[in-house]
Design a protein around this ligand. Structure first.
Ligand code: C2E
Ligand code: CA
Ligand code: CA
Length: 796
């Protein structure tokens, strides 16, 4: 309804009153006009302005006639019958009686009586007339013959009164004229008033019409409005019906169970999900109290009820996730309503909860191994560090790194690498005693935290753990071994450090463990920081080592086991830092491999080796190590060929030593390079044979010219039958494949004896000579053109 609706209603009410007023006015006017008309009629009826004049004139007339007839009768010899005179007398007497009507009519101005009273002289005149007539009457009625004397007397009296009578007639006429004029005026006034009334009546009529028209219009408008409102109402009703249907549909298709309780705490609205939730199969739930529902409902509903009941009672809104004993979870949203009731929705969020748990697990665990990840580990560390209840807590942090894991990854592929990591993690998890918390930090880095034990226990634990983790793993067809290095850092409440610092210290210790030869355990010591700093410095300085002429090449002879004659010299790089002095090749080669300087160093060494070898006897070759990193360079063969050309060394006199890793990783490029080298005529040696994971496979896959059995096998000689068996197998196999076999790291006579027995054709090691500048080699081991050293060795 619009705002001008009340105005219209007011106008209609006003119009109603106006209408009533108009009708009343109309009625009053009509009545008034009617009464005026009646008065006018009455006046008309009683209107006899001429009656007075007429009556008086008639009387005067009759009087004159009587006087005339009496006069004629009085004439001698008159023939006028007396009866005629008497008749005339009676008439005039009758007339005169008119002037004497009762006094009650005196007020009426239209009566003769009234006129007579207007002037006393008229009465006197009439009295005189009466007296004269009385005389006449007496005269005429005094026996059979009238008394003529009296007649004459009467005549005389009458004669005297003639003028008075005439005047009376005139006066009556004037009186009537006045009355007439008054009546006329009054009539005119009535007529005027009647006109006005008519006009008013017409006005009233017009007003009535206007009022009626306006009212009709307003009513029309109201009706249209009403119709519109009705239409609107119908539409609203329809839409409400549709809405209701939709609401019902929405209620019953929504995922949430919904219930609404009214202010009397009775269930007013609910959907099918809610029914399902309560477990009440049938019957109308409407009107039931929550207590009744709880009684009838299943365990789940009872549980949910108990979760929200306190907030319902306190009329506090509540949004809570309730985990039920049956492993389902519901999000309950309870809201008190303004009318005193309350509304609640229940959503089964078990799936979301599970996903959340999965996400939390994923956020805190390593996806590959399932072990806690670095973030989780840090959290745990900080928990212990900030535990206010623990008064004297301490913990040890073990930082583990798998030795040569990268080689496995490169050699056997990422899948095998991943499987190995999983196996290591599983073994670690199974082996760790209570109180040890493991994690994977990424790559092949693992961590273990323990808040138990002393330093000596830590050492024992690490030795035990390394032993556990170093046992072979069976991954598909491969039996893989992997070493472990461990760095240890400690934390105690008495000397607290941050978790970052703790991790950093363990990392430094780990670095040292690796630097000290793999499979080691090192505790963090402040001086190790220096090692790390030194390491960083070396890394920078290495780039300038060649330019600063700090690099040199030493040679280690490889000799024929039987003749003792050098057959080759292995060129090995040396770096003497201008301030730090000699840097071990294990250290700087690893550095050079990480910062890519290995290519230039490798080329430089090769160049030096070839330059030297050119002057050696033709049957003596030179061996140079080529790093796996260098194998990523597709130009490697070209570069080697360029060096050979420049130095003039025949390719057959160059042995390129390659570790198994280089041979197997990214096979396509590597095989191509190997083939190019082979085509060039360069000899290929497989270095560190037996430390890789598919040494035999590699051997079969590509035609190597030489195999160098790794020092670790030789060092176990002669005591280890296993080492012996392996070496024997390799020597026999290489012989069959027409490959030369070299034993590396021969340090003792016993080892040499053993190798001779096993028919190993070539040996290299400190027993013969360490690597040193050529001129520092014993004379018999020095390569001299046209000379052999066999005689010298035999002499020794
Ligand atoms: P490698 O290729 O296995 O070289 C043999 C290493 O064993 C040399 O150590 C040598 O001095 C050492 N050695 C020889 N005989 C004995 C022995 O009887 N007992 C023991 N315990 N060790 C012995 P070096 O010179 O320290 O070289 C270490 C490694 O550094 C080499 O191992 C090689 O992998 C790498 N390397 C050295 N120079 C170069 C180079 O110019 N290029 C590349 N890519 N790698 C190099
Ligand atoms: Ca080598
Ligand atoms: Ca070697």
């Amino acid at each position: 309804m619009s705002s001008n609706e009340p105005n219209q209603l007011f106008i209609i009410r006003l119009l109603n009153w106006l209408l009533v007023g108009t009708v009343a006015l109309f009625a009053v006017a009509t009545y008034y006009v009617g009464s005026l008309e009646a008065k006018r009629q009455h006046d008309h009826d009683t209107f006899s302005p001429y009656e007075v004049a007429f009556a008086v004139a008639q009387t005067v007339n009759e009087y004159l006639r009587f006087e005339q007839i009496l006069a004629m009768y009085a004439l001698p010899g008159s023939t006028i019958p007396i009866d005629d005179v008497r008749l005339r007398l009676d008439i005039i007497i009758g007339r005169l009686q008119q002037f004497e009507r009762s006094a009650e009519h005196v007020g009426e101005d239209r009566l003769v009586v009234h006129f007579m009273h207007t002037n006393p002289s008229y009465g006197e005149t009439m009295d005189e007339v009466s007296k004269a007539l009385d005389i006449a009457d007496i005269a005429l009625n005094s026996g059979d013959t009238p008394d003529m004397e009296l007649v004459h007397e009467s005549l005389k009296a009458l004669k005297r009164l003639d003028s008075k009578m005439a005047s009376l007639a005139a006066q009556a006429s004037s009186h009537s004229a006045q009355l007439y004029a008054g009546d006329k005026r009054e009539l005119r006034e009535i007529a005027q008033f009647s006109e006005i009334l008519k006009a008013i009546l017409i006005g009233c009529g017009a007003l009535l019409v206007i009022v009626l028209t306006i009212k009709l219009r307003l009513l029309d408008r109201m009706q249209v409005r009403l119709r519109n409102l009705t239409d609107q109402l119908t539409r609203t009703m329809q839409s409400v019906t549709v809405q209701n249907e939709r609401f019902d549909a929405a209620l019953n298709t929504m995922n949430h169970a919904l219930c609404m309780f009214d202010k009397n705490r009775k269930l007013a609205v609910y959907n099918s999900r809610f029914r399902e939730l309560t477990g009440i199969a049938d019957g109308n739930l409407e009107g039931l109290s929550i207590i009744a529902l709880r009684k009838k409902g299943n365990r789940t509903f009872q549980y949910l009820h108990d979760a929200i009941a306190p907030s319902v009672i306190k009329r506090h809104p509540q949004l809570v996730i309730t985990d039920l004993p049956n492993k389902t979870s519901f999000q309950v949203n309870q809201t008190p309503m303004a009318n005193g009731g309350w509304l609640a929705t229940f959503e089964d969020v078990s799936g979301i909860r599970a996903a959340e748990a999965r996400i939390t697990h994923m956020a805190l665990h390593d996806s590959l191994t399932g072990l806690p990840n670095r973030a989780h580990f840090r959290q745990r560390l900080e928990q212990i560090m900030t535990d206010k209840n623990a008064t004297d807590s301490h913990m040890a942090f073990f930082f583990l790194d798998l030795d040569k894991f990268k080689d496995i990854n490169d050699t056997l592929g990422h899948q095998v690498g991943d499987d190995l990591l999983r196996a290591v993690a599983a073994r670690m998890l199974a082996a760790l005693p209570d109180g040890y918390f493991p994690a994977r930090f990424g790559g092949d880095e693992f961590a273990v935290m323990s808040s138990a034990g002393e330093v000596k226990d830590h050492q024992r634990f690490c030795t035990w753990l390394i032993d556990q983790l170093s046992r072979p793993y069976l991954i598909g067809p491969h039996a893989l071994r992997v070493g472990v290095s461990i760095g240890i850092a400690a934390w105690s409440k008495r000397a607290p450090i941050s978790s970052e610092e703790l991790i950093r210290r363990a990392d430094v210790a780990l670095y040292q463990a690796k630097a000290d030869g793999r499979g080691q355990t090192r505790f963090y010591l402040p001086q190790l920081d220096e090692t790390k700093v030194r390491h960083a410095r070396l890394e920078t300085d290495l780039a300038f080592a060649l330019d600063r002429n700090e690099m040199s090449v030493v040679f280690q002879p490889i000799v024929d086991t039987i003749s003792g004659k050098p057959v080759s010299y292995e060129a090995l790089a040396r770096w003497t830092h201008h301030e730090l002095g000699p840097i071990p090749p294990e250290t700087f080669i690893a550095l050079a491999e990480t910062n890519q300087t290995i290519s230039s160093i490798g080329e430089w060494v090769l160049n030096q080796a070839c330059t030297q070898a050119v002057s050696w006897p033709d049957d003596i070759s030179v061996s140079a190590n080529i790093s796996p990193v260098q194998f990523r360079d597709p130009m490697l063969a070209y570069k080697i060929s360029a060096i050979l050309e420049r130095t003039g060394l025949p390719p057959r006199r160059l042995n390129v030593e390659i570790t198994e890793t280089a041979f197997l990783s990214s096979t396509a490029t590597n095989l191509a390079i190997l083939k190019q080298l082979k085509d060039l005529g360069v000899k290929l040696s497989m270095d560190d044979f037996g430390t890789g994971y598919s040494s035999l496979q590699s051997l079969l896959r590509f035609e190597f010219d030489r195999v160098k059995i790794d020092q670790s096998f030789i060092h176990e000689l002669p005591s280890s039958p296993r080492a012996r068996a392996v070496i024997e197998l390799v020597t026999q196999m290489t012989k069959k494949l027409n490959i030369t076999c070299t034993a590396e790291g021969v340090e003792t006579e016993e080892q040499l004896m053993c190798l001779t027995e096993l028919f190993c054709p070539e040996v290299q090691g400190y027993l013969i000579s360490p690597a040193c500048p050529l001129n520092e080699l014993p004379a018999e081991l020095q390569p001299q053109i046209g000379q052999t050293v066999s005689a010298g060795l035999l002499r020794a």
